[in-house]
Design a protein around this ligand. Structure first.
Ligand code: COA
Length: 258
């Protein structure tokens, strides 16, 4: 189905593993093609309730965009490459189903940007985060300058962007870049436990939360107005009737996503 990704659907959780371990899972053109196909699958397959993105092997989540594709690019080609990366990561960020990055090693450059485009991040204790582009005479092109500031604040983000300094999982947690740090062995299991709780909630309400929270960072939208809109929409759903009825009847709600 994919050239560069492994995929597995179990209990509603779709696990996507970027699978170029000999290149530390660097993001080349094929990975972007596959990620776009995977997002199509996630949006259209009703059996998929939530998603994990991780990297193959124990060393890297993703060590960046594939630097070997950069050398021959001219300015316009470079801009087109950045645009494609940004558009792909925006599709992840705006996906109606929760997408969590399980960061199992280096998350550098485009890898850090990919993790930041996910709805939240869980890291194993050997994870390392950074935007080392200035080492290459470059800057992040897949949204990194924006999302790093959004997630950890301007002062620290600026330092990381202009120094290429790498941080470990513990510091990433202190900065709010990751929600939890696990051992290498328990990373996927821990992520699945969190997603299995999320999967028991009302899918349309989850989609509305994602939309409304993302509106904070979208200048074309008024988040408070959008929140009212989405709140109202919930009242048209069978799941809202089920959730409120189940509460009153003191039983567990069974949501259908309708
Ligand atoms: N693009 C293309 N290839 C990459 C890559 C990237 N971003 N990151 C790693 N690789 C390749 C290496 O070229 C090497 O391939 P080879 O075995 O064919 O020579 C292989 O992955 C293993 O990497 P290596 O550098 O030997 O591993 P290491 O343990 O010595 O170092 C890193 C690990 C992550 C510190 C180092 O690979 C690195 O700095 N990568 C680039 C990070 C970066 O600048 N990312 C931002 C890109 S915009």
């Amino acid at each position: 189905m994919y050239q560069t990704l492994l995929s597995n659907l179990e209990n509603g959780i779709y696990t996507i593993t970027i699978n170029r371990p000999d290149k530390l899972n660097a993001l080349n053109k094929n990975v972007f093609t596959d990620l776009n196909a995977a997002i199509d699958e996630i949006e259209s397959n009703n059996e998929i309730r939530s998603v994990i993105i991780t990297g193959s092997g124990t060393k890297a989540f993703v060590a960046g965009a594939d630097i070997s594709e950069f050398n021959a690019l001219n300015k316009d080609e470079a801009k087109a490459l950045a645009k494609r990366g940004q558009d792909t990561f925006a599709r992840i960020e705006n996906c109606s189903k929760p997408i969590v990055a399980a960061v199992n090693g280096f998350a550098l450059g485009g890898g850090c940007e990919l993790a930041m485009a996910c709805h939240f991040r869980i890291a194993s204790e050997n994870a390392k985060f950074g935007q080392p582009e200035v080492n290459l005479g470059l800057i992040p092109g897949y949204g990194g300058t924006q999302r790093l500031v959004q997630l950890i604040g301007k002062g620290k983000a600026m330092e990381l962007l202009i120094s290429a300094h790498m941080i470990d999982a513990k510091e990433a947690k202190e900065l709010g870049l990751v929600n939890y740090v696990t051992t290498t062995e328990t990373l996927i299991e821990h992520t699945k436990q969190i997603l299995s709780v999320i999967n028991s909630k009302a899918p349309l309400a989850i989609a509305s939360c994602i939309k409304a929270a993302n509106a904070v960072f979208d200048e074309s939208k008024n988040g408070f107005t959008l929140e009212i809109e989405e709140f109202g929409n919930c009242f048209d759903t069978a799941d809202m009737k089920e959730g409120t009825t189940a509460f009153i009847e003191k039983r567990k709600a069974v949501f259908t996503g309708k």
